[in-house]
Design a protein around this ligand. Structure first.
Ligand code: PEP
Ligand code: MG
Length: 543
């Protein structure tokens, strides 16, 4: 038995035989040619064939992983036509009198290296895309040597790395799991694995490839990021038990996947999920949430030792939007302060941090930080269905200032020629009593409300959510809290706006009926609560 540790991209246990994909592909040799025009013609034909294949893969991906994820193959098609890339290949053929395969391979290495050395993790991940299209052109130059991976039994796919096109081309029904020596969780392959609901581990290190061969038995623990080869009897029994427990749990709830969130008398409500990182999107999809109702973006800041750059944030938001494939994704702007502190903000110690400089208050004091985040959000909006939500609102003036900064950022990006979505919904959290009480004044200014019950309870009932000594006073069913929610719901609806709840109370099934009676339009809960809550909704009769 041998164990290898990597990064779990998508959870679940898979047990089965290994299938090693040899991606060395066609061996490229440098051959001197004597007819440059003929070689360029060969190249052109191969490029046309590659484009045809990519169009076919795109159509296949549209069905298996959705439009947003399939877009990577459109990007590949664009790369195939990229002027710099093609000029480099032709230039090598012309100046070095070499065969097209060699020119493509050299260009591929150069471009991949260039992408890998960039600071931006999104651009780094593009190195594997350029290698992917280059390998395809080389294969098209040598159609007889092309090796298609066809799977006739269920296997665990092992490779040094997998290109997105290889990932979607594999017969999903016969893939138990993906494990790779390299790869980044930012790569489209990782995104695709999550979307295909297949356990996956990346970054196991090159040494694992030397230890494995086709047909070996292995266990993939996608949650722990662990690959166990030739497990002993004890390990096998333990993992089989876990696998069957997971299957039982899944089966129980799977009955509800794809079912509507509708009461017995036909009242509908949207069920979204809350996330704190792009890595949680797999759980959102697995649990069949219709969207993301709260992405707590401050975790990106908390995980960093310094302010995350616009590029860093853009790549995270883009990844989430792409993975959600057109479903609603509401990203909440930075809510730092109070219990969420990052040392590099150098915030002054406060007597009452929960009542202090947190969330939008901090963003308005540091518009540079706020604008960086907004630019990243607006840029990412082109890749999905984005909603932006502002936390800790208490009054109109701060909301006016926030919306003015949003317009500034929007204009700035437009003048830079950057594409942004035209239909970004903007909303606010109703998590202070003040916001609930003046919700009639706030509703016309935004597209939606989302009630943050964790803070609404703390501020309404004057009890610190961090202090265990006053926990008994934090009565989440307190009439004051419920009336404020109902009041905000009525005001939202009077203005023709929608209202959701994204605090923990949204998952409290004792209140589901009451929320439905209030006309709450959406509930956003931790991913694993989605299906149990759906079960509850479907058991309720309101009238
Ligand atoms: C809330 O206050 O209910 C909420 C959703 O936000 P957080 O818990 O992050 O403060
Ligand atoms: Mg809150």
């Amino acid at each position: 038995m041998k164990k290898f540790k990597g990064k779990g991209v998508y959870g679940g246990v898979a047990i089965g035989k290994l299938r090693v994909i040899n991606r060395t592909g066609v061996e490229v040799r440098r051959i001197r040619i004597d007819d440059i025009q003929a070689e360029k013609k060969r190249l052109e034909n191969a490029r046309l064939e590659a484009a045809k294949q990519l169009e076919e893969i795109y159509s296949k991906a549209l069905v298996s992983v959705g439009e947003a994820n399939a877009r990577i193959f459109e990007i590949h098609l664009m790369m195939l036509e990229d002027e710099d890339y093609n000029e480099s290949i032709e230039n090598i053929i012309e100046t070095q009198w070499t065969n097209a395969e060699y020119a493509v391979a050299v260009t591929s290495d150069n471009f991949a290296q260039m992408f890998s050395s960039m600071d931006d993790s999104y651009m780094q991940a593009r190195a594997s895309d350029v290698k992917d299209i280059s390998n395809r052109i080389i294969e098209c130059l040598n159609p007889d040597e092309k090796s298609e991976e066809s799977l006739t039994e269920k296997v665990i796919i092992c490779a040094d790395d997998l290109a997105p096109s290889e990932t979607v081309s594999l017969d999903k029904d016969n893939v138990l799991a993906f494990v790779t020596a390299n790869g980044s969780s930012n790569s489209h392959t990782a995104i695709l694995a999550r979307n295909m609901n297949i356990p996956a581990i990346i970054g196991l290190g090159e040494e694992f490839l030397a230890e494995i061969s086709d047909g070996m038995t292995a266990v993939v623990d996608g949650m722990a990021g662990e690959l166990i080869i030739e497990p002993d009897t004890d390990t096998m029994t333990k993992m089989q038990l876990r696998q069957s427990e997971e299957a039982d749990k899944r089966e129980l709830l799977q009955r509800l996947r794809g079912k509507e969130n509708v009461t017995l008398d036909g009242t509908r409500i949207k069920l979204y999920a809350n996330i704190g990182s792009a890595d949680n999107v797999g759980a959102v999809l697995l649990n069949d949430a219709e969207g993301i109702g709260l992405f707590r973006s401050e975790f990106i800041y908390l995980e960093n030792d310094d302010f995350p750059t616009e590029e860093q944030q853009f790549s995270v938001y883009k990844k989430v939007l792409e993975s959600m494939a057109g479903k609603k994704v509401i990203i909440r702007t930075l809510d730092i302060g109070a219990d969420k502190q990052a040392p590099y903000f150098n915030l002054r110690r406060e007597e009452n941090p929960a009542l202090g400089l947190r969330a939008v208050r901090l963003c308005l004091k540091r518009p540079d930080i706020f604008k960086t985040q907004l630019r990243a959000l607006y840029r990412a909006s082109a890749f999905g269905n984005l909603g932006i939500m502002f936390p800790m609102i208490t009054g109109k003036p701060e909301l006016e200032r926030i919306l003015a900064i949003c317009s500034e950022v929007e204009k700035e990006l437009q003048s830079e020629g950057i594409q942004i979505s035209r239909k970004i919904e903007k909303g606010i959290m109703i998590e202070t009593p003040a916001a609930a009480v003046i919700s009639d004044m706030l509703a016309p200014m935004v597209d939606f409300f989302s009630v943050g019950t964790n803070d609404l309870i703390q501020y309404t009932l004057a009890c610190d959510r961090q202090n265990a000594d006053v926990e008994d006073y934090c009565d989440s069913h307190h009439e004051a809290v419920l009336r404020l929610i109902k009041f905000a719901a009525d005001n939202a609806h009077s203005s023709g706006k929608w209202i959701g709840i994204c605090g923990e109370l949204a998952a409290d099934t004792q209140l589901t009926e009451r929320f439905l009676q209030m006309g709450i339009d959406e509930l956003s809960v931790s991913p694993h609560f989605v299906l149990p809550l759906r079960e509850k909704i479907r058991s309720i009769r309101l009238k």
